[in-house]
Design a protein around this ligand. Structure first.
Ligand SMILES: Nc1ncnc2c1ncn2[C@@H]1O[C@H](COP(=O)(O)OP(=O)(O)OP(=O)(O)O)[C@@H](O)[C@H]1O
Length: 264
């Protein structure tokens, strides 16, 4: 089935810049289910791409493949032109250039906020403590959490914990930030602070690939929304195009269900 594609107004001409991320013909199967069925996607530098689609359509699987937490069965993924699904590649070296944040923030409960944020730079990347803490404090200050640096995660709200998890993903200055349902576990009143943080990152030019069920989130941060169906992108375009004027019956059906559930 062909993909509906509408070029966002003002986007650089195709091919003008090499994409940060390029997925080509990616296939991933779990048992008899083909979750990604020849998935193609390029994400340009500074672009924010939001993946939407029914539960089980493969959004998380794609993000996990990009972060090399899952092996692809076929196809290729390139990061800044480097073939990262080449079996000879060192996944840890690739993951240093990609930040990934999950729905469940996964902070270590026995470590302070500062230690959560500096653990990977110190242990994995061998950054000295003073330098790691300076970098972490700069980020925590920027997102208004400097006064929480010595607190333990259970003293923080869900929104604050998720912001710390995002900071943890940012301290290595990743080329690409992957966000998987980062607002789904939050009470509605806490979604706004995470959304504001993601919007600020977008203003800073961070290249991001997100999966979400929150169409409001998609509308506010996406340069491009991609609707996944049967392991591929069925339709993509600006939020106004895909969410406001979907061309494909399956996209319309999906959005209709979301409207009925009050989430659009
Ligand atoms: N490790 C795994 N082993 C077996 N099946 C898996 C595994 N991971 C994912 N799946 C299956 O792959 C399909 C796609 O899952 P995935 O989590 O990528 O979908 P999703 O679009 O992110 O869904 P949701 O919106 O509910 O998070 C589902 O049918 C899921 O059960």
């Amino acid at each position: 089935m062909s993909t509906v594609r509408r070029e966002p107004a003002g986007q650089a001409a195709a091919g003008a810049d090499a994409p940060v991320l390029s997925c080509a013909g990616v296939r991933k199967r779990f048992g008899s289910t083909e979750v990604l069925a020849g998935f193609d996607l390029d994400v340009a530098e500074h672009e924010v791409v939001v993946l939407i689609g029914a539960s089980g359509s493969g959004k998380s699987t794609l993000l996990r493949c990009v972060n090399l937490l899952e092996d692809v069965d076929d196809g290729t993924i390139h990061l800044d032109g480097e073939h990262i699904t080449d079996p000879r590649i060192n996944p840890d070296r690739v993951r240093q250039r990609i930040g990934l944040v999950f729905q469940s923030y996964n902070l270590f409960p026995h470590l302070s906020v500062l230690d959560n944020v500096t653990l990977a730079p110190r242990r994995v990347h061998r950054v000295v403590r003073a330098q790691a803490e300076e970098r972490a404090m700069a980020w925590l200050s920027r997102v208004g959490l400097a006064d929480k640096a010595r607190e333990y995660p259970d003293r923080l709200s869900g929104g604050q914990q998720q912001r710390v998890a995002i900071v943890r993903a940012l301290v290595n200055s990743p080329r690409l930030l992957l966000l998987d349902e980062v607002t789904s576990a939050l009470d509605p009143e806490l979604v706004g602070e995470v959304l504001t943080m993601v919007r600020d990152l977008k203003s800073d030019g961070m290249t991001m690939l997100l999966a979400t069920h929150e169409m409001g989130f998609a509308k506010q941060v996406a340069d491009r929304v991609c609707f996944l169906s049967e392991g591929r992108i069925l339709e993509q375009g600006t939020p106004a195009e895909v969410l406001g004027d979907p061309q494909q019956p399956r996209t319309r059906q999906f959005l209709q269900r979301i409207i009925e559930s009050g989430r659009l």
